[in-house]
Design a protein around this ligand. Structure first.
Ligand SMILES: C[S@@+](CC[C@H](N)C(=O)[O-])C[C@H]1O[C@@H](n2cnc3c(N)ncnc32)[C@H](O)[C@@H]1O
Length: 285
């Protein structure tokens, strides 16, 4: 018994060497920085994969991950566990006020009769793009003729599946204003389940797709009017942030806006975007 217990303990330990190769690989693959202080977190998150695959420890896991087969079969699973996906409906609510009161009226005046293209970049389990869908639908009600489409992308297939299903526990939709809940959320037939679903009219407005910001080609032909990329670049180092923002800049139409998370600043980055409200930037030319 004792031996078995010790075996399990050993299997759960991530050596300095394995941590070094994993952290370098994660940085190269998805840009997420993994300093030494994250070692315990990484160990905890990947332990279940080691166990599930019946491996004796992290060295076997790394050896497998770096093979062609591992790259094909394990990479996506590993990234699902490595990413931090915390999100909320109406997170950082003043951004939605800025959008409705300033950005949209100005855009609508300059582009009557066209469809607004908006990208939730790093959308996690869908709370951000569905919040946008609610807010934009409200704007459409007050401005007949206004239309929009939302692209929502993330690197994690696990959160994208959740987002596409659009089913949430009632506790998670608490930040949604009551009148929006009535309009845009469906209660489960089984009331005791405590689950709600986003109405089909909003689901139809959001297109979900897997996209890794480190990919050479985003596979996007269209340019965007608005980008929400909030609480994502915080996981990247400055050179990676700068490179990504330069790519976002190319993806934006002249006059487009980009919303960053409240703790994320572009100051000091070599990107031609101008700050227009706190953590909101604009491409002027
Ligand atoms: C903390 S969540 C933020 C979700 C949402 N934007 C919000 O503010 O509530 C960050 C998301 O970025 C995604 N992400 C991290 N690295 C990425 C990459 N290299 N490419 C695409 N998405 C990435 C993660 O999977 C995660 O879902």
């Amino acid at each position: 018994m004792e031996d078995a217990g010790r075996g399990l303990e050993q299997a759960a330990k991530l050596s300095t060497r394995d941590f070094a190769r994993l952290s370098l690989f994660i940085y190269d693959t998805c840009g997420i920085k993994m300093p030494e202080v994250k070692k315990t977190m990484l160990e905890a998150r990947l332990q279940k994969r080691v166990r599930l695959l019946g491996m004796s420890g992290f060295t076997d896991y790394c050896d497998y991950l770096f093979t062609a087969k591992g790259q094909q079969e394990e990479l996506v699973q590993m990234l699902d566990l490595v990413t931090t996906n915390k999100t909320d409906f109406f997170r950082e609510p003043d951004h939605f006020v800025q959008l409705t009161q300033n950005v949209l009226p100005d855009w609508w005046q300059r582009h009557p009769g066209t469809t607004l293209s908006i990208w939730s970049a790093g959308c996690s389990s869908g709370e951000e793009p569905y919040t946008l869908a609610m807010v934009l639908s409200e704007f459409a009600l007050k401005n007949p003729g206004f239309d929009f489409r939302i692209l929502a992308t993330d690197i994690s297939t696990r959160v994208l599946e959740k987002a596409k299903n659009a089913i949430y526990a009632e506790a998670l939709v608490e930040p949604v204003p009551l009148e929006f809940k009535k309009k845009y959320l469906l209660r489960s037939k089984d009331r005791a389940s405590g689950m709600v679903r986003i109405v089909p009219e909003l689901r139809e407005k959001v297109r979900f797709r897997r996209l890794n910001f480190m990919d050479e080609d985003f596979g996007m032909r269209e340019q965007l009017d608005v980008i929400f990329c909030r609480n994502v670049i915080i996981y990247f180092d400055r050179p990676t942030q700068e490179k990504l923002l330069q790519r976002f800049h190319r993806q934006m139409k002249t006059g487009a806006h980009i919303f960053m998370g409240h703790s994320e600043t572009l100051s000091g980055l070599d990107v031609p975007l101008v700050s227009v409200y706190p953590t909101v930037y604009r491409k002027l030319k």
